[in-house]
Design a protein around this ligand. Structure first.
Ligand code: NAD
Length: 410
C-alpha cells in the first residue's frame, strides 16, 4: 500500500511534521525494536508433519511492555504485523496506558485445521516466541481468528515453563482471570466516542441517525449502547447484506437474533439493502465496524453522512480521507474509537497482577473515564492546531512516546 493510501503512515508523517520532531527522532520512533520470525512445526491428526511461519513484532516499549494481539490468517506476513504493531504503540499511548506496541500472527488459514491441530500449533508457536515474551515484557491478546480458547492454551503453555502466570496474555475466559466487560469493551468505547463527538459537532444524540457496517463483536455492541443512549440505528449490515428502517431498527431484538445466529440474516424487520447502498444512506454517524479499506475511491463520493466513526481498523483509505476532509465530513480515527478493547485488556492485566477482581461496573466506569479523557485531549489539539482528528490523535500519541523516550535517553 502506498503511503498516500495508507492512513497510518501518512498520519504519522503529518503528525511528526506538526510536532516539529527532527527526522532522526521520527525515524527512531518509527522503526520496530525487534522482529521475530519463527518456524512452527506441528503434527496433524493423521500423523503428518505440517510447518507454518509465525511472527512477533515488538515495535516500541518506551512507555511499558509491548502489547498487541496475535492473528491467524493466510494473509499474515511480516509487513502487516509490523504495521499493526506500530499502530498499537500509538493506540496505547493515546489512551495513556502504560504499554508499548506489539503484534503477532501466523500465516495460516485456521479453517483448514481441526481444534486439536490448532491447539498443537498454538502451543508450539507460543514456545517459539517464549524467549521474547513475559508478564512485564510483552503481553499478547486475541485478534482475527484467535479467541479466549487460544489464549487459554497460550497461558497454560507459558505457565508450564514459568509457573502460574495469568497476566501473560489478556482476552482470557473469566474462569482463567479474564475481565468482566471485555467482550463489550470495544463497542462500548465506540459508543462513548460517538456520544462525545455528537456534543462537539452539535448533533443531538437523541434521535440522531446512525448507520453501522459490520454487526460482529464491535458493531453489535456499539449498536446496543448507542440505542441505549437514544440514537436511532437506521441500518446495519454484515457479510450477508444490510437491513434498513428509516424509523430505527429494533436493536435489542436484532442483538439477540445475531447473538444466537451469528448473523443478522433472517431477522424479520427492515428492508434488505446491499452494503454499498448502506454506505450511501443519509445519516449523522456512519460507523464502519467490519473491514479495512471499506471506504475507498470507489464509493467515497456516494457517502452522505456528517461524521465517520472508525470502529474497524483502517476502514477509510488515505485518499478517501483526503476527499472527505475537502467535503467537511469528519473522521473520528480508529486509534481513538476502537481503543476500548486494549483498555480493558490493560485492566485485565492489572487485575491479574493484583490477584483481585473488579466488578463490571468498576471496569465500565474506568473505561468511560479513559475514553473521554483521550477524546478531550485529541479534540483540544484538533482545535488548537486546526488539524483533522486523526492527525491530532497521532500528535497526542507520538508526543507522549517522544517525551518518555527523551527522558530515558537523557
Ligand atoms: P467480528 O468478526 O466479530 O465481526 C465482523 C463483522 O463484519 C461481522 O458481522 C461480519 O459479518 C462483518 N463483515 C465481514 N465482511 C463484511 C463485508 N464485506 N461487508 C459488511 N460486513 C462484513 O470482528 P470484530 O471483532 O467485530 O472486529 C471488527 C473490526 O474491528 C475489525 O477491523 C477489527 O480489527 C476491529 N477491532 C476489533 C476489536 C475487538 O475488540 N474486537 C478491537 C479493535 C479493533
Amino acid at each position: 500500500m502506498s503511503s498516500s493510501s495508507n492512513p497510518t503512515s501518512s498520519a504519522y508523517k503529518k503528525a511528526v511534521e506538526k510536532l516539529g520532531l527532527k527526522p532522526n527522532i521520527a525515524r527512531a520512533l518509527e522503526l520496530p525494536d525487534r522482529e521475530l520470525t519463527v518456524e512452527v512445526p506441528f503434527r496433524k491428526d493423521n500423523g503428518e508433519l505440517e510447518s507454518v511461519i509465525g511472527f512477533r513484532v515488538q515495535h516500541n516499549n518506551t512507555r511499558g511492555p509491548f502489547k498487541g494481539g496475535i492473528r491467524y490468517h493466510q494473509h499474515v506476513d511480516i509487513d502487516e504485523v509490523r504495521s499493526l504493531a506500530t499502530l498499537m504503540t500509538w493506540k496505547t499511548s493515546l489512551l495513556d496506558i502504560p504499554y508499548g506496541g506489539g503484534k503477532g500472527g501466523i500465516g495460516v488459514d485456521p479453517t483448514k485445521f481441526s481444534k486439536t491441530e490448532l491447539e498443537r500449533m498454538s502451543r508450539r508457536f507460543f514456545r517459539a516466541i517464549d524467549p521474547v515474551i513475559g508478564v512485564n515484557v510483552d503481553i499478547p491478546a486475541p485478534d482475527v481468528n484467535t479467541n479466549a480458547q487460544v489464549m487459554s492454551w497460550f497461558m497454560d503453555e507459558y505457565s508450564q515453563i514459568h509457573g502460574y502466570s495469568p497476566a501473560i496474555v489478556t482476552g482470557k475466559p473469566l474462569e482463567l482471570g479474564g475481565s468482566e466487560g471485555r467482550e463489550a469493551a470495544t463497542g462500548k468505547g465506540t459508543a462513548v466516542i460517538t456520544r462525545e463527538t455528537s456534543e462537539k459537532w452539535g448533533i443531538d444524540l437523541k434521535n440522531c441517525k446512525v448507520v453501522i457496517q459490520g454487526f460482529g463483536n464491535v458493531g453489535s455492541y456499539a449498536a446496543k449502547f448507542l440505542h441505549e443512549y437514544g440514537c436511532k440505528i437506521i441500518a446495519v449490515s454484515d457479510v450477508s447484506g444490510g437491513l434498513f428502517d428509516p424509523d430505527g431498527l429494533d436493536i435489542p431484538s436484532l442483538f439477540d437474533h445475531n447473538y444466537q445466529n451469528r448473523t443478522i440474516d433472517g431477522f424479520d424487520q427492515g428492508k434488505k439493502i446491499t452494503n454499498e447502498e448502506l454506505l450511501a444512506l443519509e445519516c449523522d454517524f456512519l460507523i464502519p465496524a467490519a473491514l479495512g479499506s471499506a471506504i475507498n475511491d470507489s464509493n467515497v463520493d456516494s457517502l452522505k453522512c456528517k461524521v465517520i466513526v472508525e470502529a474497524a481498523n483502517g476502514p477509510v483509505t488515505g485518499d478517501a480521507a483526503n476527499k472527505l476532509w475537502e467535503r467537511k465530513i469528519a473522521i473520528i480515527p480508529d486509534i481513538l474509537t476502537n481503543a476500548g478493547g486494549v483498555t480493558v485488556s490493560y485492566f485485565e492485566w492489572v487485575q491479574n497482577l493484583q490477584q483481585f477482581k473488579w466488578t463490571e461496573d468498576e471496569v465500565n466506569k474506568k473505561l468511560e473515564e479513559k475514553m473521554v479523557n483521550a477524546f478531550d485531549e485529541v479534540y483540544t489539539i484538533k482545535k488548537e492546531k486546526s488539524v483533522p482528528m486523526r492527525i491530532a490523535s497521532f500528535m497526542v500519541a507520538i508526543d507522549r512516546v517522544h517525551s518518555a523516550y527523551h527522558l530515558r535517553e537523557g
